[in-house]
Design a protein around this ligand. Structure first.
Ligand SMILES: Cc1cc2nc3c(=O)[nH]c(=O)nc-3n(C[C@H](O)[C@H](O)[C@H](O)COP(=O)(O)OP(=O)(O)OC[C@H]3O[C@@H](n4cnc5c(N)ncnc54)[C@H](O)[C@@H]3O)c2cc1C
Length: 351
């Protein structure tokens, strides 16, 4: 088999795949339409394993754990101190119902051998002094950090280019016209336009970037994931501020990526109650993006024919899942498929 590879999509999934494939000897070209349109550019950057776990989604948890184990190697190889922005996560609750939901998640995780440390409201404020007085209780997820997604994309692009990857800025309309022995489609919510059977739909999310002026309190050291009177809001630190996210709208209701005023208002109100000092921060960006989601909340990773491998549908956790995805895709390219995942993640499982 020849060793030329075309990767469609330069988001976190396509970039991580291209970088790994080039290091494994593939002569790789990334075909990228516009990175500013990607979910990877908009995202918060949490590496959520425990924080994203949902009772019943056991396979998603297993896959996230596999990827979490690979992140330290990726960060060491990229060797860019701007990428990592937090190493632990605080999960906090405002009222009894929120605390009950967190306790259910903690029990579920314990059943899978993952322990989070329970904390009272007072304990939480001693770990993260800027948090408001409404914080009732919570948990510390040690070792569950976050990356600056834009620094990550930049570092991946540099590392891939250094490894020999070429990048072509254009919109692919037909993968059969790509001049390569093998093709990887990693086009996020655009995947279905290139392979219509792909069960990938868009789920909208709004997010706000806040910049800290010199007089305001510092951003938190940890990721803060708050369950706030039935709503969800998270704060992801940046070196110069904080990212506040994110709303989540059912597929089909919203197809316009521009942020909704109501969604942004809820996020800001909740974020300032969680951490009152944020009221002094400056709004540097309000954005909206489309998460590529699938019916079973698991990505589509695998072959669709002898020449084409698909990697899409990573939903709310695509940054987290990038390292394991790149490994599974390059295994498919090299014909050494891990049987543990091949049927579960088969892109044709819904067709
Ligand atoms: C508000 C929000 C917050 C999020 N927060 C987190 C988080 O904290 N942690 C986490 O792990 N995940 C998070 N996610 C999810 C994560 O961003 C996605 O799962 C992930 O970015 C998907 O990566 P991708 O490369 O598959 O798709 P994308 O990032 O969307 O990239 C696909 C790329 O393909 C290109 N493309 C598409 N079609 C074509 C074509 N025909 N030709 C050429 N190029 C094409 C697009 O221009 C795009 O750049 C968040 C998502 C949103 C919306």
């Amino acid at each position: 088999m020849g060793r030329t590879l075309a990767v469609v999509g330069g988001g976190v999934i396509g970039s991580m795949i291209a970088w790994r494939a080039a290091r494994k000897g593939w002569d790789t070209t990334v075909h990228e339409h516009d990175i500013a349109d990607s979910a990877s550019w908009v995202a918060g950057g949490m590496l959520g394993c425990m924080g994203e776990a949902r009772p019943g989604e056991d396979t998603a948890l297993d896959l996230a754990r596999e990827s979490a184990r690979r992140w330290p190697v990726v960060l060491t190889a990229l060797a860019d101190p701007a990428i990592s922005v937090a190493t632990d996560t605080l999960l906090i609750a405002a009222d009894t119902a929120d605390a009950h939901e967190l306790a259910t998640r903690s029990d579920y995780l314990l059943g899978h051998g993952l322990a989070m440390k329970p904390l009272s409201g007072k304990d939480i404020r001693s770990v993260s002094p800027g948090l408001g007085s409404s914080v009732r209780r919570g948990y510390l997820a040690m070792g569950e950090g976050a990356v600056d997604n834009r620094a990550l994309l930049q570092a991946l692009r540099t590392a891939a280019t250094d490894a020999g990857v070429a990048v072509r800025a254009h919109h692919v309309t037909d993968i059969s016209e790509l001049d390569a022995d093998q093709v990887v489609v990693a086009a996020g919510v655009g995947t279905g336009r290139l392979w219509p059977p792909a069960a990938v739909r868009a789920e909208k999310g709004e997010i706000i970037r806040l910049r800290r002026p010199p007089t305001a309190p510092p951003p938190p050291d940890n990721v803060i994931r708050a369950r706030w009177r039935g709503r969800l809001v998270y704060l992801v630190p940046r070196h110069d501020g904080v990212v506040v996210g994110a709303t989540q709208y059912e597929v089909g209701i919203e197809t316009d990526p521009d942020p909704r005023a109501g969604g942004v208002a809820d996020l800001l109100a909740d974020a300032i109650e969680v951490m009152p000092g944020l009221a002094e921060y400056r709004v540097s960006e309000v954005g909206g993006g489309m998460r590529p989601v699938t019916p079973d909340a698991l990505p589509l990773i695998g072959r669709i024919d002898d020449r084409t491998v698909l990697a899409a549908g990573h939903g709310r956790n695509g940054i987290m899942l990038a390292p394991i995805t790149a490994e599974l895709v390059t295994d498919h390219l090299d014909g050494t498929v891990d049987p543990r995942w091949s049927a579960t993640l088969d892109p044709r499982r819904f067709t």
